[in-house]
Design a protein around this ligand. Structure first.
Ligand code: COA
Length: 386
């Protein structure tokens, strides 16, 4: 096949049985289970295990996985020391990418990874997966304190994944309602077929790089504003708009300038992203119990106006449109939103890493060459420009 399709739109990059999207009907399912049912009934821990193993765990399997995640929350102090030397103004995604890549130096696995029977060593794959999923939230929460000049709070084993993150981030006992909302956000962000960062993870995994390298590559890819970085942009955009009555003028100007409405549009969905619908419901729930945030009123007005203008192109609200409003209510600053996205997506990335290893062939696509034909080298004293 020599046809070049920009952005590889519609080109299958792998075979996968982890998740599926129906972009016309607005359906997303992990291992066959609709996202709405997982958001309602599951926990992040259970959803992560479902993504990794392919089936809903039995009670003892889930308890065991949960205990492993809790046990693996501790991070060596040298990693915290390294983080203390990073510039406080650095973006959390750059910190996270560096720290995760660095975990590979503190918990090396290079010898194991080059083994030819790697794909069959499920104990090894599982143990690496647990270590990474358990430590990423600890690193993100620790950074919030380190960058402000304080020692981080130590992780607690008596709290769930979401509760521990909130505790470590805020230093306060986690509010049960916010913890459940965060847990649901983590479920919604855990996996999404072959998006850009998951593709980066597959490519890196296909070289048999270490899982730390795989996740670090995926974090770098997620950081861009066309991908995970959009959630930060959404809140900044809503703050800039200020009030619902400013929406129409703001939107006219942006669309005239051919600028993007952040949190809108998706390569796969031609209708509203089902995750945006669930997140909107969570914001409404929070608003009903604690009052409506001005950001939410502006978001509702913008969604209505932008859907009217962009709907004909199949451009509607995506997962990033409402998530930031929830994170802001939890006291999480906008530049940490994408890092929290990465914490959740680590489960999906590692599920794809495992799937890739089971049927691995190194990625090596081709190109459509548009450069000069092969030509002779000219010594520097004979060169000139015409
Ligand atoms: N705001 C305004 N117009 C948008 C838009 C947005 N957020 N997203 C897409 N469009 C328009 C494009 O301008 C284009 O219009 P045209 O055909 O008149 O030129 C059309 O819709 C198709 O968009 P395109 O950029 O080709 O789609 P894509 O599949 O390549 O890109 C995204 C998908 C997600 C990168 C894109 O929608 C986007 O940049 N969204 C904003 C960033 C964002 O929220 N990312 C998070 C994704 S979960």
């Amino acid at each position: 096949m020599n046809e070049y399709l920009p952005g590889l739109e519609g080109v299958p990059a792998t075979r996968s049985n982890i998740s599926v999207i129906d972009g016309e009907k607005g359906i997303l399912a992990y291992r066959g289970y609709p996202i709405e049912q997982l958001a309602e009934h599951s926990t992040f821990e259970e959803t992560a295990l479902l993504l990794l193993d392919g089936q809903l765990p039995l009670a003892d399997e889930l308890a065991d996985f949960d205990a492993q995640l809790r046990r693996n929350r501790r991070v060596k102090y040298n990693i915290r020391e390294m983080m203390k030397h990073m510039p406080a103004t650095g973006h959390p995604m750059e910190m996270l990418q560096t720290a995760v890549a660095c975990l590979g130096m503190f918990y090396p696995c290079n010898e194991r990874i080059s083994g030819t029977d790697l794909a069959d060593d499920l104990d090894y794959i599982h143990s690496m997966t647990v270590k990474i999923i358990a430590r990423m939230p600890v690193i993100v929460a620790a950074w919030e304190h380190i960058r402000n000049g304080y020692d981080p709070f130590a992780p607690r084993c008596d709290l769930s994944f979401a509760e521990n993150f909130l505790f470590m981030f805020t230093g306060q006992e986690p509010d049960p309602m916010l913890a459940r909302i965060l847990d649901t956000c983590l479920i919604l962000h855990a996996e999404h077929t072959i998006n850009a960062s998951t593709f980066a993870a597959l490519v890196t995994g296909s070289t048999l790089a270490s899982p730390y390298g795989v996740v670090a590559a995926a974090i770098g890819t997620l950081s861009g504003p066309l991908h995970g970085g959009a959630n930060q942009k959404v809140v900044e955009m809503l703050e800039q708009i200020g009030r619902p009555e400013n929406v129409q003028t703001w939107l006219d100007k942006k669309l005239e300038a051919k600028a993007k409405v952040w949190g809108f549009g998706h390569r796969e969905y031609k209708v509203k992203d089902p995750r945006a619908t669930i997140l909107q419901g969570l914001v409404e729930k929070l608003a009903a119990s604690r009052g409506v945030s001005p950001l939410f009123e502006t978001a509702l007005a913008l969604e209505e106006a932008a859907s009217e203008r962009l709907g004909a192109k199949g451009v509607y609200a995506n997962v990033d449109f409402y998530s930031g409003i929830l994170y802001a209510e939890m006291g999480i600053p906008p530049d940490q939103f994408t890092a929290l996205f990465a914490v959740a997506r680590s489960a999906g990335w590692l599920a794809h890493w495992r799937e890739q290893l089971a049927d691995n062939r190194i990625f090596r696509p081709t190109q459509v060459y548009t450069g000069e034909p092969v030509r002779d080298y000219t010594p520097v004293h004979l060169r000139g420009r015409v």
